[in-house]
Design a protein around this ligand. Structure first.
Ligand SMILES: Nc1ncnc2c1ncn2[C@@H]1O[C@H](COP(=O)(O)OP(=O)(O)O)[C@@H](O)[C@H]1O
Ligand SMILES: O=P(O)(O)OC[C@H](O)CO
Length: 492
């Protein structure tokens, strides 16, 4: 029977999931790898860990599945993270600088002060922020001895994690990325569909370092024969949030998905037109098929499930994430405790890197129950912020439900509150591994193993739909209180 291997290389772990011909997951393996924090605000991965954990989980998943015939591989990955390696030896010249890393914040402020932000946003759809790859590439070229000379001589290659994995999977034969990952580098012109020479020049980044940009369903070469017993074609690639958009079958303009992992990333399909945001959302590529990009507006929240981890590891008031549900249900309905989880600043639409978290409305009776409820609710409030911003940029036509996925979407309490505070339905699919599902579908639909877009969209299976159950006046008053809490947090 035909199988597809999906690689999901994330920020804290690498995962491999094997899907059968009906797109059902049949085996998976996961491996965490070390996080390096050399200085406050710096986050690095060893690129060799990213590769070895990926190769190990692929082998483990294949074995668990009974060594099936793998027809194709799909790759999805943490986005923006930068790897630079030597083309001859395949050795990285520095640790990978991770998307969360803030070391280039000062340089970003200089770019803004120098009046470059508008030009960069117009071409890339992104805001000037250390989050994206470009300033991290420049940092490595500026700080690793001899790196810029070697890059100029054509000896070094840059890639986001997908490109680094493709290079290793193909034994150094292919240096390529896909349009969705390219769109997160802040070096790619999303309108013209090519690397921007102007921005590369501004950052002093030699264009010979850059990977070739391909569609999400395309030929990315075949794996080294010794890796998995025989060469396997790599036929699908997308950044993880874009792969989740595909896995949620958000193929029609106006459809939105929101993924609740450590952070939360909401993407609204805007069709073949890139929409410039007036509310500090990002304009990005949702997927690119047959040379045609489909665009999206994206809102990124840095802390979603991580607030639950904080209850567990910081406050130690729960031992497992799912304990938040019974706790929140016991919270006193008369207390209005609001938690603004700005632990690492606030993302969209505020982009306030220096804000820190705050709790409002505490009384002598406030305890773990009220904090657990406030933590789950904070994710709903933040999502409403994103959707309000999206509404300002995009006229919704009719009502479409928000499709949710990711680990935290398992929380019925959080999803019900989300629906209540949005005043809109929230749909949770049967398969919560939508990121890997999207990568598998991208890899399998080109070779004709999986149905086309329409067929795949029809097969999307609902697990549960949450309908709003809150009075409009109550909803407005609660959201108003949240907005005041955020404002107060930002002025602290
Ligand atoms: N039942 C639950 N209730 C609330 N939060 C949950 C629940 N299950 C998982 N989470 C949260 O979801 C996150 C894990 O989701 P996952 O999609 O695996 O994230 P990532 O890919 O970013 O590591 C964790 O932050 C965890 O706290
Ligand atoms: O690896 P994740 O799931 O935390 O996702 C990271 C995002 O791609 C960052 O933009």
């Amino acid at each position: 029977m035909t199988h597809i291997l999906a690689i999901d290389q994330g920020t804290t772990s690498s995962r491999a999931i094997i899907f059968d011909a009906d797109l059902h997951p049949c085996a998976s393996a996961q491996e965490e790898f070390p996080q390096h924090f050399p200085r406050p605000g710096w986050v690095e991965h060893d690129p060799r860990d990213l590769w070895s954990s990926t190769a190990a989980t692929c082998r483990a998943a294949i074995e668990k599945c009974g060594n099936p015939r793998i027809e194709a591989i799909g790759i999805t990955n943490q986005r923006e993270t930068v790897v630079i390696w030597d083309r001859r030896t395949g050795k990285p010249v520095h640790n990978a600088i991770v998307w969360q890393d803030r070391r280039t914040a000062e340089f970003c402020r200089e770019l803004e002060a120098g009046g470059h932000a508008e030009m960069i946003t117009a071409r890339t759809g992104l805001l000037v922020d250390p989050y994206f790859s470009a300033t991290k590439v420049k940092w490595i070229l500026d700080h690793v001895e001899g790196a810029r000379d070697r890059a100029e001589a054509g000896d070094l290659a840059f890639g986001t994690v997908d490109a680094w994995l493709i290079w290793n999977l193909t034994g150094g034969k292919v240096h390529a990325t896909d349009a969705t990952n390219a769109a997160r580098t802040m070096l790619y012109d999303i309108h013209k569909g090519r690397w921007s020479a102007t921005i590369c020049k501004l950052f002093d980044i030699p264009m010979s370092m850059l990977p070739e940009v391909r569609d999400c369903a395309d030929d990315f070469g075949t794996t080294r024969p010794d890796l998995f017993g025989r060469p396997i074609p790599i036929t699908g690639v997308a950044g993880d949030q874009q792969a989740a958009t595909v896995g949620q079958a958000c193929f029609t303009p106006g459809m939105i998905k929101s993924t609740y992992g450590t952070g939360c990333f909401a993407l609204l399909n805007t069709g073949d037109q890139p929409v410039a945001s007036t509310k500090r959302l990002l304009t990005t590529i949702a997927y690119q098929l047959d040379g045609k990009p489909t665009y999206a507006l994206e809102g990124s929240i840095f802390i979603a499930g991580a607030v639950v981890q904080w209850l567990r590891d910081g406050l130690k008031i729960i031992r497992h994430a799912k304990e938040t549900q019974p706790l929140a249900e016991r919270a006193d309905p008369d207390q209005q405790v609001i938690l603004v989880p700005a632990f690492t600043g606030l993302g969209a639409p505020y982009w306030s890197p220096d804000s820190r978290g705050a709790i409002f409305g505490l009384t002598r009776n406030s305890g773990p129950e009220e904090l657990a409820r406030a933590a789950l609710e904070s994710v709903g409030f933040q999502t409403r912020d994103l959707l309000e911003a999206m509404k300002a940029d995009w006229e919704p036509k009719g009502e479409t439900a928000l499709r949710v996925d990711g680990g935290m979407s398992a929380s019925d309490y959080a999803m019900q509150f989300l629906s209540d505070i949005l005043g809109a339905p929230v749909d949770r699919p049967a398969v919560l591994e939508t990121t890997a599902l999207g990568a598998a579908w991208l890899a399998g639909q080109g070779p004709g193993i999986y149905p086309d877009q329409e067929g795949f969209a029809k097969d999307w299976v609902l697990d549960r739909s949450f309908a709003p159950d809150m009075e409009a006046a109550d909803r407005d008053a609660r959201y108003d209180a949240w907005l005041r809490a955020v404002k107060a947090t930002m002025s602290l």
